[in-house]
Ligand binder design. Structure first.
Ligand code: NAP
Length: 326
């Protein structure tokens, strides 16, 4: 008799950018993937559909703020691993919806960890932590020991969730890890996020005389990477001997202005199409941030060597091909 049992993984926030790429990776590795969403409508399947994997995923609706729903789902599937990607993930929106962002992004994590502690403590848990937690940094590159000084409600929520994960690991011995990811992009990124917005709008409007690209503060610097490679680090974290937290980043930062310059040059758009919109400025912002990815490379065997200009070029290409197919 064959006793081989498929590994079962829950992915919360499966309808988002990382959820789609992580699902594809886990399916390729032979996992049974259970996708957790707030609402199982067709709009939420779009990113999975575009990777042609929607039919291979079992979708479940769950309100992560309701611990009884979380417990029922864990009892139903008895997963081996949970990747918690669900969050209100926009820094900008978190200034407009601070209470919703902070409540959801913290309590959902607590509910998942409590459910694991109470009913299946051998589940391995991945938390989507964020470089935004470090905020006002004085020493670069950021390492996992860099002090946190969050500068937005989103960052506060992620910092609190991060320490909740550490606490459950240290207090109860749960295999729980924080993946502290720096900004990462892909074709599947929502259009509200900077890099996608710049490419999406410019590709569609480059010949439109009535269009301008409206942006906020573009003199800040960020460490950007490529989502399909970053999700590999999530999986690697849950396969290690011992649970730990890791910084996942490219290791370099560039100004948002350089991104626009590169995209405009590539698409032959003059820089006078750029407009600074003061409505888009944030109350506080991080000036410059980049991280140290050496522990992830040496301890997890994670590989990443793309320059951000290579990522930009392939994103521009994908956007053009997508439009041509329509
Ligand atoms: P995303 O595209 O915004 O997806 C997040 C998903 O969370 C959504 O699709 C949504 O799925 C779910 N969600 C649950 N509650 C929500 C709420 N109250 N408001 C909005 N969405 C909610 O995010 P992502 O880029 O894939 O990132 C995945 C995770 O990594 C997030 O936790 C994010 O904060 C974190 N992170 C991302 C980056 C980055 O650069 N992308 C960097 C660091 C950390 P349903 O509607 O199906 O429930």
């Amino acid at each position: 008799m064959n006793n081989y049992k498929l590994k079962i993984a829950f992915i919360t926030g499966i309808s988002g950018q990382d959820g789609a790429y992580l699902s594809r990776l886990l399916l390729k590795k032979g996992y049974k993937v259970i996708g957790i969403t707030r609402n199982n409508h067709s709009e939420n399947m779009q990113k999975l559909k575009s990777l042609c994997i929607d039919e291979f995923i079992i979708m479940e609706e769950c309100d992560l703020l309701d611990i009884s729903s979380v417990i029922a789902l864990i009892n139903k599937y008895k997963p081996d691993e949970i990747y918690n990607l669900a969050a209100q993930s926009s820094v900008g929106l978190s200034f407009k919806q601070p209470i919703g962002t902070i409540s959801f992004n913290i309590v959902s994590v607590l509910n998942l960890l409590e459910a694991i502690r109470l009913i299946k403590p051998d589940i391995r848990f991945y938390q989507a932590s964020s470089s935004e937690m470090f905020g006002k940094v004085t020493n670069l590159p950021v390492s996992i020991d860099t002090p946190m000084h969050p500068l937005s409600p989103y960052a506060i929520s992620k910092a609190s969730a991060h320490w909740t994960v550490v606490n459950y690991r240290e207090s109860y011995g749960i295999y729980a890890c924080n993946g502290v990811l720096f900004n990462h992009e892909s074709f599947l990124r929502s259009t509200g996020f900077f890099v996608k917005k710049v490419i999406y709008e410019t590709v569609r409007n480059k010949n439109n005389p009535y269009w301008n690209l409206k942006v906020g503060n573009i003199d800040i610097k960020r460490d950007f990477g490529y989502s399909p490679y970053y999700v590999e680090a999530m999986w690697l974290m849950l396969q290690s001997q011992n649970p730990d937290d890791f910084i996942i980043c490219s290791g370099k930062s560039i100004t948002l202005r350089s991104i626009i310059e590169h995209v405009f040059k590539k698409l032959d758009v003059p820089m006078n199409k750029l407009i600074i919109d003061y409505e888009l400025l944030r109350p506080t912002d991080i000036d410059d941030i980049y991280g140290d990815n050496r522990p992830a490379k040496t301890k997890l065997g994670w590989e990443y060597n793309l320059s951000f200009y290579e990522v930009l070029d392939s994103l521009i290409q994908e956007e053009i091909e997508f439009l041509d197919k329509k």
